[in-house]
Design a protein around this ligand. Structure first.
Ligand code: ATR
Length: 271
């Protein structure tokens, strides 16, 4: 029987994951199915358990269930533990559920695809929510020199610094600090969704700075439009991160790594 995979979320109708994973499966000649499952807001765990009972082998998890997915796991990867959230569930032969978090790996893979090695970069991370937390360890592991975290609510940036203090050079500054520029500025906030831009100073960006917005859209995101106006060297949106995290999940389940580029090109064309 074809092995079943799925993405769980609420809402989920517009998820690109079924398309991404079926393209991966075709490329890698893997016999599997991948569907989108709308879990009721108050019944994620129940819905996932039903899926497992019906030959579900693995799942992606998106908003708003990543913390509940974390809570139901029997085992967690180090990345998932530190992220405090799970986007990839794998049902093991003994029925135990393992949780991984591939969001940060997807970000790093997309950055490296665009920029080459991240070794030695001085990085500004804007935002201190779940998306920020999930990418800190992967960025540090990729060899960046220093990570500065800023957030509208500064105390949340400081809490993340405490959490990751033993993993690399991480510090927090006020969001609108001046007099400091960066090699790479990553916007992990959801502000682009409402057309807003976090209140960071334009002098964080020089003509050598690369700016990355985890959001994406048909048009440049509000953050990337702003970054271009500040004279950024390059702006990148988060569509490649989305395909990258999917490729990492596919690898966890199937032990083969599909190609990101053709899927990314197709999704870009369909935006
Ligand atoms: P996610 O899982 O997507 O990170 P989250 O955990 O709710 O979602 O975090 C949202 C992040 O975006 C937070 O860092 C939030 O800042 P606060 O902690 O101060 O709330 C940030 N954010 C959302 N809208 C923003 C805006 N318009 N300007 C600046 N930051 C914003």
């Amino acid at each position: 029987m074809t092995e079943r995979y799925a993405v769980f979320g609420n809402p989920i109708a517009h998820s690109k994951s079924p398309k991404i994973h079926s393209m991966f499966a075709k490329e890698m000649a893997q016999s599997l199915s991948y569907e989108a499952i709308l879990a009721p807001i108050d019944a994620f765990e129940e819905t996932f358990k039903q899926f497992v009972a019906n030959k579900g082998y693995g799942a992606n998890v998106t908003v708003p269930f990543k913390e509940q997915a974390f809570a139901l796991c029997n085992e967690l990867s180090e990345l998932a533990q530190l992220a405090g959230a799970v986007n990839t569930l794998s049902v093991q032969a003994d029925g135990k559920v393992r949780g991984d978090n591939t969001d940060g790996l997807g970000l790093v893979a997309d950055l490296e695809r665009n920029l080459g090695s991240l070794t030695g970069l001085n990085v500004l991370l804007v935002g201190a929510g779940g998306a920020a937390r999930g990418c800190i360890l992967p960025l540090l592991n990729a060899g960046i020199e220093k990570l500065t975290i800023v957030n509208r609510t500064q105390a949340k940036a400081e809490a993340l610094v405490e959490l990751f203090a033993n993993y690399g050079t991480v510090n927090a500054l006020p969001i609108s600090h001046t007099g400091q520029s960066y090699d790479l500025v990553i916007n992990s906030t959801s502000s682009s969704l409402s057309g807003e831009v976090p209140n960071i100073s334009g002098d964080t960006i020089t003509d050598k700075t690369v700016c990355y917005d985890m959001m994406y859209g048909k048009e440049a995101t509000a953050f990337n439009v702003w970054a271009q106006a500040q004279g950024a060297n390059q702006t990148i949106d988060g569509l490649g991160m989305l395909v990258g995290q999917a490729a990492e999940s596919f690898f966890i389940w199937r032990k083969v790594k599909p190609s990101v580029e053709p899927v990314l090109a197709q999704l870009r064309a369909e935006l």
